[in-house]
Design a protein around this ligand. Structure first.
Ligand SMILES: [Zn+2]
Length: 172
């Protein structure tokens, strides 16, 4: 397995010992420094728009404060003012439609977006390349998408990057 920076696509060759096939995504020191230095909202939105991957800025309660253009394309919903929406409402997670709402259903304990944001928000630690899936509503009905999540704490906010991931290989 080789690892690339999800932000600039540069190879992170220090991590080549990871076993397995495919690509793992992280963030390189240069991109992380640039991310941490950018001021919100004055420069950070410009910086996030320059990224070639879907990136959103969330608060500790998983409300979306900013989504770049790639992130907006993840949702087939007609975009009005998305700011303040919960992550599951933003991506149209099937479970967010239930009575309890995003983050509060029996399925949410396994949600890689929720767990990554919470770990990073509470501990300040980066979560790099956490894998999972979401069941989202699309024009074709509910579809399962496999994703890789990276979360980084910036001040009192969490920067979350979403990448497509390969479905896990089921043995047997
Ligand atoms: Zn980079």
């Amino acid at each position: 397995m080789y690892k690339i920076c999800a932000w600039c696509k540069k190879s992170l060759s220090a991590d080549t010992e990871i076993e397995g096939d495919g690509i793992s995504h992280g963030i390189c020191p240069d991109c992380k420094l640039a991310l941490l230095k950018a001021e919100f909202p004055t420069h950070l939105d410009t910086f996030l728009e320059s990224m070639d991957v879907p990136v959103v800025l969330m608060d500790g309660g998983r409300h979306i404060l900013y989504a770049n253009e790639h992130a907006l394309k993840l949702s087939s919903k007609n975009r009005g003012n998305y700011r303040g929406e919960l992550g599951g409402d933003f991506i149209q997670c099937k479970h967010a439609e239930s009575e309890n709402g995003c983050g509060e259903t029996e399925h949410c304990g396994a949600c890689v977006i929720k767990s990554s944001v919470e770990i990073t928000y509470k501990t300040g630690r980066d979560v790099i390349d956490a894998r999972g899936f979401q069941e989202i509503r699309t024009q074709r009905g509910v579809e399962r998408i496999y994703i890789s999540i990276t979360t980084i704490k910036k001040g009192d906010l969490v920067v979350l990057t979403i990448k497509d991931a390969e479905p896990p290989i089921v043995s047997g």
